[in-house]
Design a protein around this ligand. Structure first.
Ligand SMILES: [Zn+2]
Length: 281
């Protein structure tokens, strides 16, 4: 079973309308509830999990290895943010800003949905992730600190620009202003990366107005996206095992987290880091 991280109140207007990521009641997230709250097993790094009555579950094939199954969460975000929310269609030209786990999952979801040209940008320090993006189906990758990303998108699209730009980069604000220059008139920008509460310098709202751009913020993922993500994983059409770069036993959880933050000695190339209870390398 896959357990959605979010458990909504189930009673507010948004929940009753099926938009539970907009729950205005008392929603919560597994691993975001303090262990002092009974019965304490609120997810995270443990062998057991308390299933809150409002939990949303998805069936998985019993043959699916747990390491692949857990990708339903980031891949669900890729399906929701890059495909379902913007309504991406066959042949659409898409730029993904940020080649982290969620950016890479956007690439997989876009390929599965029949997108056309897919371009992924990140910094040159993330060259390993950009290489992985190409392996997973990106047509072009751009090291944004070495090349002029906007000029490159213009060139790659023959001046047509992108139908959709998805920003999954964390903290950096430059991708937001770049997105405005990369999207075609009438195109869509999906904003999924939080910027630490900072303002975006150089953001000219007139460009949104005059070029009729749709700006869409996304927060969380809902059931239909998880369902499609599970179908993609179970189809075995993509080398998703390439996303899992590191695996740790439960008592190595701290090293696992430091690896993901690239602070541990062997964290080179970390993308998807799993903790497997009962696993020892
Ligand atoms: Zn609710």
């Amino acid at each position: 079973m896959a357990v959605e991280p979010f458990f909504p109140c189930g009673r507010c207007e948004a929940c009753r309308d099926g938009r539970y990521s907009a729950c205005s009641g008392r929603p919560s997230l597994y691993s975001f509830v303090a262990t002092g709250v009974p019965p304490s097993l609120w997810g995270g790094h443990a062998e057991y999990l308390y299933l809150h009555p409002n939990s949303i579950l998805h069936k998985l094939s019993p043959d699916l290895p747990a390491d692949l199954a857990v990708l339903f969460n980031p891949l669900g975000a890729g399906v929701a943010w890059a495909v379902q929310v913007p309504g991406t269609g066959l042949g659409d030209v898409v730029v993904v800003l940020g080649a982290g786990q969620r950016g890479l999952c956007c690439v997989v979801a876009l390929r599965a949905a029949g997108a056309g040209t897919i371009v992924v940008t990140d910094l040159s320090a993330a060259e390993d992730k950009l290489r992985l993006a190409r392996e997973l189906g990106a047509d072009h990758t751009i090291a944004a600190d070495r090349e002029d990303a906007v000029a490159r998108v213009r060139e790659l699209t023959g001046g047509r620009l992108a139908d959709l730009v998805v920003d999954v980069s964390a903290y950096a604000t430059r991708p937001v202003t770049d997105a405005l220059e990369m999207v075609r008139t009438g195109g869509t920008i999906v904003l999924a990366g939080l910027k630490g509460g900072r303002e975006v310098p150089g953001f000219i709202i007139d460009k949104v107005v005059q070029r009729q751009i749709t700006l869409r913020g996304v927060w969380g993922v809902q059931g239909p996206a998880y369902k499609q993500a599970i179908q993609i994983i179970q189809s075995a059409r993509f080398p998703l095992e390439r996303l899992r770069t590191h695996a740790f036993a439960l008592d190595e959880a701290e090293i696992a987290i430091r690896t993901l933050a690239r602070e541990a000695p062997d964290s080179e190339g970390a993308v998807h880091v799993v903790i497997r209870p009962g696993y020892a390398d």
